[in-house]
Ligand binder design. Structure first.
Ligand SMILES: C[S@@+](CC[C@H](N)C(=O)[O-])C[C@H]1O[C@@H](n2cnc3c(N)ncnc32)[C@H](O)[C@@H]1O
Length: 250
């Protein structure tokens, strides 16, 4: 294991990321062009129509060039297993960024249609370039918006086929303070069915305490949750939590 994985705090791209956090919350980008650079790096280095190689190339970029806020390979393996267990044909991700998480979902569920909601149009454009390179453009759709916009984005999803009991897998990985409200919005629409799986990233870092408290309170009632102890993406010093929750039905 190299020093970049053991001592992530010494990486300039990690320091730059920490300093950029307030801007990131507004724009969805770090501010130094690393997201656009990711798309260029993939187009230049990853084999076309080879999802495994595109994902590996993004992991390599995040490790060797600039740290990225993807779910990453370690937590991504937890996501993959949940997607397979859900046997998903319809999946929804909240928070697209560069399109990495949605590609992992599409790879683990080869028959699924994957939708990903992203508020930053610039990120949506980058993700679409990467999905096209991976040969997944026809299976993953990015909807630019947020679930908290008063119904516009949820209505757009409804027009694309989201209806009562249709959503098999939900991956929540966007604004940590919106995790619970957006899950409740989805429950209100009745899109989950008994056996649907909800995966939430970053529950410890940066942290989604209200979401975690809700899942603890709902244990054995609406949801059955496993808390996976893991690490923040692309390093091994900082711990994180991924929550995997089975919906027990209305
Ligand atoms: C941690 S990144 C997502 C990483 C992605 N899931 C992956 O694994 O590759 C968070 C993303 O959520 C977006 N975002 C933040 N708040 C949002 C919201 N309320 N609705 C939709 N997207 C949001 C940000 O712009 C950013 O691109």
């Amino acid at each position: 294991m190299g020093w970049k994985q053991r001592l992530p705090f010494l990486r300039w791209s990690m320091v730059r990321m920490a300093v950029a956090m307030p801007g990131f919350l507004k724009t969805g980008q770090i501010g130094d062009g690393r997201e656009e650079a990711t798309a260029r790096y993939v187009e230049a280095n990853a084999r076309r129509n080879d999802v495994d190689h595109v994902l590996d190339t993004i992991d390599e970029f995040a490790r060797e060039k600039s740290m990225l806020m993807n779910v990453g390979d370690e937590k991504g393996a937890l996501l993959d297993a949940a997607v397979r267990r859900a046997d998903a044909t319809l999946a929804l991700e909240l928070g697209t960024y560069c399109g990495y998480g949605a590609m992992r979902i599409a790879r683990a569920a080869p028959d699924a249609k994957v939708f990903s909601v992203e508020f930053a149009a610039a990120n949506a454009a980058i993700a679409r370039r990467i999905w096209a390179h991976a040969g997944l453009a026809d299976r993953i759709t990015c909807v630019v918006g947020t679930l908290g916009d008063g119904g516009t984005t949820m209505d757009a999803l409804a027009k694309s086929g989201f209806a009562a009991g249709t959503l098999d897998l939900l991956f929540i990985d966007h604004d940590k303070s919106a995790y619970l409200a957006d899950l409740l919005g989805i429950l209100e629409r009745g899109w989950l069915h008994t056996g649907s799986i909800v995966v939430a990233d970053n529950v410890r870092v940066p942290g989604a305490p209200k979401y975690r408290a809700y899942m603890r309170e709902q244990q054995g009632k609406l949801f059955d949750t496993v808390e996976h102890a893991t690490h923040v993406e692309y390093q091994t010093l900082l711990s994180d939590l991924v929550l995997e929750s089975d919906y027990l039905g209305p």
